[in-house]
Structure formats: C-alpha cells, structure tokens
Design a binder for this molecule. Structure first.
Ligand code: ZN
Length: 436
C-alpha cells in the first residue's frame, strides 16, 4: 500500500466533515483519504511524511458544466456582424468557433483549458464538447488529455442537426463509442451529449432515445431553455415546453444533466424532480448573454449544481460573481457556496467512484493548497469569509494522492510549450472563423 501523511495544514472543507481544522493531518492511502484529523492517529505508518508548512487545503473543486472547446476564444477578434440576441450570439460567435476547430486546435483547447482549470483548483470537469469538423476521436483526445493531467473528466459531444444529418449521426456515434469505451474507467465518464432541443428534430431525438436504451447507465447532457427561443421552438414543434419534449422521448433519466433551465415552468420543475435528473446553473454565462435570471426557488428545490459554461475556470469567482449578479437583480439570495461544495459533489458522485468533492475519509485525495496568511483572525465561525475573499490562487494541487501542481509549477507536462503551441493554434482558429 502507498501511504502519504500530510501535516501542518489548515483545513477548509465546506459542507464536509470535519468542516474546519487547524494543525491538521491528512493520511492518504493508495490515492484515497483514509483519515483527516487534528490528532495524529497513524499507527502502522511507513510512507512519506510531507510538512505542508501551514498551508490551507480545500477539496479539489468541480466545474459541473463547461466547454473546453472555447478556450482559444480569449482575445479573439469581434464578430463580423454584431449579434443582437441569443441565437445570433451562437451563430456569429460559438458556431463559427466550433466549426473552425480541427484536431490540432482542439488539442490545444483541451490542454490549455484543463491546465487553467488545474491552476484554479478544479480537479473534476463536466465538459460539453463541440468540434463538428473533428468528431471521430475527439472524446478520446479529451479523455487522454485529462488523464495525463490527473483531472477527472465527464465528457460528451454536443450532437446537433445544425450541420446536417450526417454530422449528427457521426456526433451521436462519437458519444456512443465513448460511453462503451469508458464504462468501467474510474476517472473518465461519458454522457450522451445533445446541443439543445431547438437544433434537434423529432427524428434525431428518437434516435437518441433508441441509443440510450442500449446504455441505461448513462444519461443526456443538454442545454435547456437557456433562452426563450428554445421554448418557442419546442412549442412550434407541438410540445408544451422543452422539458416536456425531452420527457416525451424518455430522455429525462436520473443520469441526465439539464443545463441552464432559465425558462422552465412549474410543471417542468415537477417533471424534473420526478425524473431525478439534475439541473446545472451557470450565473456568469446567463448574465453575459443577458438571457435572464434563474429563479431562486428552482435552484433550491432542484439542488442545482454550479457550472461556468466556458466563461471561466475559477469556481470561487463563479460563486462570488453569481451572488453579486443575483444581489443586483433580486431580493432572493442563493447560497452559491452550497452549490459548489455540496450539490456539485452530489452530482459527480453519481458517476465517479471513489467519491469526490470532500476532504473526508473514503474520498479520492484531490486536494488544493493555498499559501495563505490571513490578515485577520480566522476560526471555524468565519473561515468561509476567508475562503471567499482571502484566498488567491492555489500553489499546489494534488489528485489521486499525486501532486500535479507543486510550488506553482505544473508537473509532468511542459506548460510553456503547450501555451506556445496554443498561441499558434488560436491564430489558425481565428483565421478559419473569418472564412465561415
Ligand atoms: Zn453550455
């Protein structure tokens, strides 16, 4: 058995047990936390002892919805035609970016997106991928890239009719290949990705429904009612709502992930509660697209998770900004920290074993360390404020009991070379977008 004993730590473990400790020890055995305490209890210890020098440790964070394919959008030229609504934002920006991706630029997007996630303390990513001109093998590339960095990945390809039915068929097959391939993998999980109801015909949803019957252990991952346009499209197709349309095709299983849901109705909420599928809220993306604010009551009753929709990789920023956006627009507040540290672990622990998201015995040893010297008193009653407003970026990240970032240096990968390559690829993608 491989053993590591970390000591001299301050533990911040929101919604976990213990929630806060000073001068703590964490014993890791074969990549799993076996004990966490402020009293040393390792009797027959024969492994490595590591003095963490008083650093603060948090559980590795989970991003419950993102798009790594959009990583190279940072700094890209503005669109030729300025979009004036949500569907135009998709057509003028994101559907051009995804069409511009080939294998090399997709690889650069995955590598740099996941490196940025790691540098922000995110150790588990639920990704919704699109690269319609590079479909076959794209999910394997993502799985391999995440595994090389020690990041747990829940992946899918967002199938859509928007580039033709042959393309849809290829995208559906890419999902099915990944689902079959990673069934028993401890750190890689595959879902069946769908872009959104408004870019899928009834015939395509029927094909998805038939395919899911072969793989009952997985579920769909789809944008729902992000904008009113999605709801209006479902109504034009003869359904009361997007959720009722998905339910009609039997797609709302207890493994399904429903993203956004800004315009879902009370009846929809009832359907979602009954089905057991989970809603993921992305506050900064919704604010950026000016689509509206998801109701507090829906977030709370459905135990929504927290994602960033590709806007950023810093989950603590998403918590802070989500709270501020809501505070400016509504009298009803949401405990965004609970979404991140309680609901997100609940969601991924449907898929991953050993369990993730808490610094508790039995959890995978995914740990994020901060070199933090508080300027005010810190204790178990106020540590949440320090967590939210005091911590900077992590200096060390460990997953599965192994350091991936140590003293601000990424291990086992030449980060500078990856970034140099990504700069070249970003220009190629932006040039390709110009021609679309
Ligand atoms: Zn999204």
């Amino acid at each position: 058995m491989s053993q590591k004993l970390l000591h001299n730590l301050r533990v911040m473990n929101p919604y976990g047990d213990p929630e806060y400790l000073e001068n703590a020890y964490i014993l890791i055995e074969d990549g799993t936390i076996s004990s966490i305490s402020d009293v040393l209890t390792a009797d027959d210890f024969s492994g490595e002892t590591i003095d963490m020098g008083g650093k603060t440790v948090l559980p590795g964070m989970i991003n419950a919805h993102t798009h790594l394919y959009s990583t190279l959008a940072l700094g890209m030229p503005p669109p030729k035609n300025t979009p004036t609504n949500f569907v135009e934002i998709l057509k003028e920006i994101w559907w051009k970016l995804d069409l511009g991706l080939d294998r090399e630029s997709t690889k650069a997007s995955f590598e740099t997106g996941l490196l940025d996630a790691l540098r922000n303390g995110v150790t588990t990513v639920i990704d919704h991928h699109a690269s319609p001109n590079f479909v076959n093998g794209s999910l394997e590339l993502l799985a391999n890239t995440a595994d090389k960095l020690g990041i747990n990945i829940c992946l899918c390809f967002e199938s859509s009719d928007r580039n033709g039915l042959d393309n849809f068929q290829e995208e559906l097959q890419e999902n099915l290949n990944a689902i079959a391939k990673y069934t028993d993998h401890p750190h890689i999980e595959a879902l069946l990705g769908l872009h959104a109801s408004f870019t899928l015909s009834d015939e395509s949803l029927q094909k998805v429904s038939d395919a899911l019957k072969e793989f009952p252990e997985t579920g769909i991952h789809i944008h729902v009612a992000e904008d009113l346009a999605d709801e209006k499209d479902a109504q034009r197709k003869g359904y009361a709502s997007v959720i009722q349309r998905l339910d009609h095709f039997g797609l709302l299983t207890n493994r399904a992930l429903i993203i956004h849901g800004v315009f879902i109705t009370r009846e929809d909420r009832h359907t979602l509660l009954k089905s057991g599928c989970r809603l993921i809220h992305n506050p900064t993306s919704n604010a950026g697209n000016q689509v509206g604010i998801l109701e507090t009551e829906i977030i709370e009753s459905l135990h929504a998770g927290l994602g960033t929709d590709g806007k950023q990789n810093n989950m603590l920023s998403e918590v802070r900004e989500g709270a501020l956006i809501r505070s400016a627009a509504s009298d009803h507040q949401v405990d965004y920290l609970k979404l991140l540290f309680d609901h997100n672990p609940e969601i991924v622990n449907r898929f991953f074993k050993p369990t993730l998201g808490h610094l508790s015995p039995g959890n995978q040893a995914d740990l994020v360390f901060y070199d933090y010297l508080p300027r005010t008193e810190i204790n178990r009653d106020n540590f949440i404020k320090h967590l939210l407003y005091g911590l900077g970026k992590p200096c060390d990240v460990m997953t599965r009991g192994e350091f991936r970032l140590k003293d601000n240096v990424i291990l086992n990968i030449d980060e500078k070379e990856v970034l140099r390559q990504a700069q070249v690829q970003s220009r190629r993608v932006w040039d390709a977008m110009e021609k679309i």
